[in-house]
Write a protein that binds this ligand. Sequence first.
Ligand code: SF4
Length: 233
Amino acid sequence: MPDTPEPTLPRCAACPYDWSERWCRSAKGKAPADCPSLRMRDLAETSVACMAAEPCGEFARQASLQEASCYGGREAGYGAVVPLKPRIVEIVEFARRMGYRRLGLAFCIGLRAEAGVVHEILTTNGFDVASVGCKVGGKPKSLLGLGPADQVDPEASHETMCNPVFQALALNEARAEFNILLGLCVGHDSLFFKHATAMGTVLAVKDRLLGHNPLAAIYHYDSYYRYLKKPLP
Ligand code: SF4
């Protein structure tokens, strides 16, 4: 078997052109040699066929309508679009647009107070809410082959694992039509998405240090977080 050649990697995040002149902004303009818009035209066709047809079609259409509804200021003389809504409002509105009645809430137990507020907001807006915390099942981390030294608290005789697969399966059984993730850890969120039947979105990701705002480190890349300019030790 011949070796499969290494693919050319798309590098939109390192595109050398200003957004105002990029090819993908208007299907013309400037593009680097590795531009996926130019190199992968077949994927543009395939993906649009997927986005425009069921089971994705209505979801994609409503997501785009929701996106547009999150800005104002066009007629009010601001000279630029003005953001209008926090993400929790966006989620409520999108779920309404899709006609969902039952929502799943998969949350980190460390954010149980916030989960209570989110639950209240969703029920106030007429949804049935099924919610499952990350420690559901109470199974020990030892079942993952981990020892005391691998625990958050090495002194604890039992440390319950986060179980995002249980969270997903429980919300599948609850027949949640749309799942909302709140504060799941890196990797645990991945397992949830892999095992959940319904589509899902993220209200907030976990960042223990930065108040669940991981972009704070990115915004301070040139100052407090400049150590990120070198490989981590
Ligand atoms: S699609 Fe092409 S032009 Fe657009 S950001 Fe990516 S590399 Fe740049």
